[in-house]
Design a binder for this molecule. Structure first.
Ligand code: V47
Length: 389
């Protein structure tokens, strides 16, 4: 996939430039699947994996080998540290012009349960539970056809007024493209104006799957993968770190998955501002694709492991407990993941699509999950800095 992003490196953000792993302590002879032995041999020599290696990982059933390889990479990057954040989600609106087939959250403006939060409602959400030291607000919504650009700057200022210590991680590249149209400005100018209003980081949503043919089937109205990457590059240039995601477990092929991960790796080589990659397991309930089965645990672990190994220049891989479930998220810590996301209260997007996980988790519960899995819990801020005493 051609990349339209700037060549400039982001100062002080994440990593800049390719950073393949150093030789990892793995033994190719211990790997049962012959297709994974060349992958293990490359990792043992500190070489970068390529598309063929990615496909071998994405097709393998040798889970013990995948886990061992990904865990070696995880230990190299993050040791036994496992991050979590005391955060809150704010889903400011569900009215969306994109109407994606995989999404159960969107509504049309005339639907009875369509909403857009008022300034007062947003202020109340941000002020709730004042005793908690919330260090990150995760603010995402929809591409609303009418809300003016001032709604979004006002939203950021309202949350920041209530919680000056919390980082504002807001708006996916898809929303940025939409907001730019509402503002009548370029996406770069729009990002600069949002940064003025308090935007400090961006979540990784809206990436879905970049492969054009598959993307045209699951989200035909959404911006292209190239545009998604371009906006991330612009954010990185402006000093705004972002995350990245991949929605898997619907109609995508192993090739689509690997090409998506390699496009992210190329972008990270260019602009270096991605903090975390979050694989998102498709939840079919209440969506146009409701006939599709849910992902299996083994596929979830395979995607986490392949992501850790291919995205050698991403500092963090997140096992999003909301989508994986608490138990599998714990196991994923042994398959390359080093971040469990956060306390949340309350997630709407996956729960609209049938997620049966809790609305949120206490900090004690998150720490307990990490410790029970044999790792060291690290409470982080919005930029992966430890806030442990
Ligand atoms: O963009 C929508 C996905 C995303 C469904 O950056 C679905 O830290 C599964 O991006 N089944 C929103 N997935 C969530 C997201 C996210 C979550 C946690 C942390 C971060 C981060 C980002 O969820 C959407 C879309 O890709 N999504 N519908 C569904 N039915």
């Amino acid at each position: 996939m051609a990349l339209a992003a700037s060549q400039k490196k982001t100062p002080g953000l994440g990593l800049s430039g390719p950073q393949p792993f150093s030789p990892l302590p793995v033994d190719p002879d211990q790997v049962s699947d012959p297709a994974l032995r060349p992958v293990a041999a490359k990792l043992a020599m500190g070489q970068r994996l390529d598309r063929e290696d990615g496909l071998a990982l994405m097709r393998s059933r040798d889970f013990m080998a995948m886990g061992a390889l990904a865990n070696a990479a995880r230990l190299f990057k993050n040791g036994r540290d496992t991050y979590y954040v005391v955060n809150r989600h704010v889903n400011y609106s569900n009215v969306c012009v994109n109407r994606c087939a995989f999404c159960a959250f969107w509504r049309d403006p005339q639907d009875a349960d369509a909403y857009a939060l008022s300034r007062e409602e947003i202020a109340a959400l941000a002020a709730d539970e004042p005793e908690l030291d919330i260090t990150e607000f995760h603010i995402v919504g929809s591409c609303h056809p009418e809300l003016p650009f001032s709604y979004y700057t006002d939203l950021l200022r309202t949350v920041k007024r209530q919680r000056p210590r919390a980082a504002l991680k807001a708006f996916t590249p898809v929303e940025i493209d939409h907001l730019a149209k509402m503002a009548g400005a370029s996406s770069r100018e729009t990002l600069a104006r949002l940064r003025e209003a308090g935007l400090q980081a961006m979540p990784g949503g809206g990436a879905e799957i970049f492969a054009p043919k598959t993307r045209a089937q699951i989200c035909p109205r959404k911006i292209s993968g190239e545009r998604w990457l371009e906006i991330c590059g612009q954010a990185h240039d402006l000093g705004i770190p972002t995350n990245a995601t991949m929605l898997y477990g619907h109609i995508e092929s192993p090739e689509d998955r690997v090409d998506h991960l390699l496009a992210l790796r190329r972008q990270q080589d260019l602009t270096g501002g991605f903090n975390a990659f979050i694989p998102l397991a498709f939840h079919p309930k209440n969506t146009v694709l409701a006939d599709l089965p849910s992902t299996t645990a083994l596929d979830d672990l395979r995607v986490i492991a392949a992501s850790r190994l291919l995205l050698d220049n991403f500092p963090h891989i997140k096992a999003y407990w909301v989508m994986l479930g608490e138990k599998l998220a714990q196991v994923a810590l042994h398959f390359g993941a080093d971040d469990l996301d956060g306390t949340i209260i309350k997630e709407n997007i996956t729960h609209s699509a049938g997620a049966t996980t809790a609305a949120g988790l206490s900090e004690e519960r998150l720490r307990g999950m990490i410790e029970a899995a044999g790792f060291r819990p690290v409470r982080r801020d919005g930029f992966y800095r430890s806030t442990e005493e």
